[in-house]
Each structure stands twice: as structure tokens, then as C-alpha cells.
Design a protein around this ligand. Structure first.
Ligand SMILES: O=C(O)CCC(=O)C(=O)O
Length: 273
């Protein structure tokens, strides 16, 4: 999964990152995006939320395991778990709802490492979501792998790596992202067998070592690259601070996206030579 690619890449992996990808299933690059870029990304994120709120009025609403979703024309909107809440929790996909995020898909700081972990000269977008984790309201994400969500739509789930773009300083107080070191090594793990619909998509704790969890405490602007098989999740946001983040997932080039009927190749500008 980390074979060297032909094109020289400015933001390629260091030897330590390559090792971490293989051994741990994740690595973190801190403060990749600066203050001005973050301001632009956060403002665009809030505009996307406003668009999703408007789109939701003509969407199709439904519940799964007591949680509310709306399929709008262009995105799926997931609401916070408190039944009295109308706060949006997740929007997937969202990059096509704002030009700032459409451009972000091509950013070489993201695309270069993705080409290396996938092992191709070019990559395409698979899916993208924005997780909002609002102050005092943002709910937990139970332990899960992303790969089992995608097995019905992809026969190459090993090559769907994720990157989390951290939009607000994240720590244990506001429910930072958590990854389980080494949990990616055995592919798709068994899910929980219970009476719920989505239980099977949450990883059975008997099949990974919870003591290996690592809180991805990271300043805003950081990137967390993680394998599609890495078990991950997070605690609720119990603080008065937001904890917004985006998760972008890539794939080999020229393949259609998960939720949109189109192919979105990502343009990284390689260094000449
Ligand atoms: O945002 C988080 O803390 C968890 C995100 C996550 O698990 C996911 O988007 O699959």
C-alpha cells in the first residue's frame, strides 16, 4: 500500500510516516493549514451547513436506530442524536456544495500523501463528509472501521484511505478524534451483533485492543491520515468549544464516487523532474 510512485512529490511521506502507516494505520501532520486558510475553510463550512439546512426542507426524512437523517438532492444530512435537536451532525458528501471545498480536493498537501499510500500516480475522490460536533451537543462516534460501510459499493476497500482535516483545535475536552493503533492489520473486523440496524457496522471490541487507542490531540489545520481499516471514534463534545472536522476519502483514479454519479479525479501538481 505504500509502494513508491513514479512522480516526485513535494508533500510525499517521510520514512517515519511510511512506517507509521504500515505499523500503526495512521499518521498526523500538524498545522498544515494556516490561520487565513482556516478562516476560509470554517466560513465555507458554515455556508455549507446553511445550504444543507435549506436543502433539507425538500429532502426525504427517515430514522435509523432512532437517529434522524434527510436525503436531500445533493447530500445526506445526519442530525444530532437528541430527538429534540435539529442540529446537523454530519453532511456527506459536501465538497460539491462550495467552491472552496471543491478546490481543497486538489490540494497537493492532501493529494501527494494520498498518491503514496494508495500507490498510484493519480487519485480520485471516493467520498467526503463534514462532522460538526457543536459545543455541548456534538455526540460520540462509536468505535468503527470505515471499510465495512463501503464493501457493498467497492471491491477495493483496502485502497480507500482517509484524511481528517482538523478545523478547530481538538483535545479530549471537545471530543477529539481517536484511533486504535495497529487495528488496521486484519482487514474488515466483525461488527456488533445486536438488535439495531447499524450495530453490525460498529466494531466488536473483542476483535481489537482498546488499550491501543490514541487521542489525536491536534491544533486546527492538522491532517490525520488513517487507513480504511483503522478502528476509530470519538467522545462527545462536552466543552463550550466547537470541534469541526472534515474527512476526505480517496481512491485510485478514474473511478466513480461513492455517493455522487460522477468521477472526481484530484489534480496534484507534481514537481518537475
Ligand atoms: O469526527 C469524528 O470524531 C469521528 C469521525 C468518524 O468516525 C467518521 O467520520 O467516520
Amino acid at each position: 500500500m505504500t509502494s513508491p510512485t513514479r512522480k516526485p512529490r513535494r508533500y510525499g511521506l517521510s520514512a517515519a510516516e511510511r512506517r507509521a502507516w504500515q505499523d500503526d494505520g495512521f499518521f498526523v501532520r500538524e498545522s498544515v493549514f494556516g490561520a487565513d486558510e482556516l478562516e476560509t475553510l470554517r466560513a465555507a463550512g458554515e455556508q455549507v451547513v446553511a445550504r444543507a439546512e435549506a436543502d433539507s426542507t425538500s429532502g426525504v426524512g427517515y430514522e435509523i436506530d432512532g437517529n434522524r437523517y434527510v436525503d436531500a438532492a445533493r447530500e445526506t444530512i445526519q442530525y444530532e442524536h437528541d430527538p429534540s435537536s435539529s442540529t446537523i451532525r454530519v453532511i456527506e458528501p459536501f465538497h460539491h456544495l462550495h467552491p472552496v471545498f471543491d478546490r481543497l480536493i486538489d490540494d497537493p498537501r492532501i493529494v501527494d500523501p494520498m498518491c503514496e499510500v494508495i500507490g498510484t500516480d493519480d487519485v480520485a475522490l471516493w467520498t467526503d463528509k463534514i462532522n460538526l460536533k457543536r459545543p455541548r451537543e456534538g455526540s460520540a462516534f462509536r468505535w468503527h472501521q470505515d471499510s465495512p460501510y463501503w464493501t457493498h459499493a467497492s471491491d477495493d476497500v483496502d485502497r480507500l484511505p482517509n484524511v481528517m482535516v482538523v478545523l478547530d483545535d481538538a483535545d479530549e475536552g471537545n471530543g477529539c478524534f481517536r484511533v486504535v493503533r495497529g487495528s488496521h492489520k486484519r482487514g474488515c473486523l466483525p461488527g456488533i451483533q445486536d438488535e439495531t440496524t447499524l450495530g453490525v457496522l460498529f466494531t466488536d471490541p473483542d476483535h481489537f485492543d482498546e488499550s491501543q487507542q490514541v487521542p489525536a490531540v491536534a491544533p486546527a489545520g492538522s491532517l490525520v491520515f488513517f487507513s480504511p481499516h483503522t478502528v476509530h471514534g470519538s467522545q462527545p463534545n462536552r466543552s463550550d468549544r466547537p470541534r469541526r472536522a472534515m474527512v476526505l476519502t480517496y481512491q485510485p483514479p478514474d473511478r466513480p464516487m461513492f455517493k455522487l454519479p460522477a468521477t472526481r479525479n484530484a489534480g496534484a501538481a507534481p514537481l518537475s523532474g
